[in-house]
Design a protein around this ligand. Structure first.
Ligand code: CU
Length: 127
């Protein structure tokens, strides 16, 4: 009979502590979804065209990956599969323009060229 009073006090004190912890966890957890919304690998697949060359000349990507092609020259270039431009091609990339291609879904080594300056060459490796 005499223990009832003190037990209620302990329970209510414990609930206050839990609610305080939940409030703290909620505020720090709210920021997490925003920062994980951008996938870290999405910006890594970039080929820059500069001085009539592809940089890097060889790029390894996952099947179906998106590759950004940025032209830093003052003339128009393309990045197109050498054997079959229908497989992937940026089409004309104007100076300072960025276009994207989708890597083939089949693993392999795909030599590419600039269709305007066909001595410009590189390789897209899919694996
Ligand atoms: Cu070119």
């Amino acid at each position: 009979m005499t223990m009832r009073g003190p037990r209620w006090i302990l329970v209510s004190a414990g609930m206050t502590a839990v609610m305080t912890l939940a409030a703290c966890g909620g505020s720090s957890g709210a920021a997490a979804p925003a920062s994980s919304g951008t996938s870290p690998g999405s910006t890594a697949n970039t080929i820059v065209i500069k001085s009539f060359m592809f940089h890097p000349a060889s790029l390894t990507v996952s099947p179906g990956a998106t590759v950004m092609v940025h032209n830093e020259d003052s003339v128009t270039h393309t990045l197109s599969d050498k054997a079959d431009p229908k497989l992937f091609s940026t089409g004309d990339v104007s100076p300072n323009q960025t276009k994207t291609i989708k890597a083939p879904s089949k693993a392999g080594s795909y030599p590419f060229i600039c269709q305007i300056h066909q001595y410009m060459a590189g390789t897209l490796v899919v694996r």
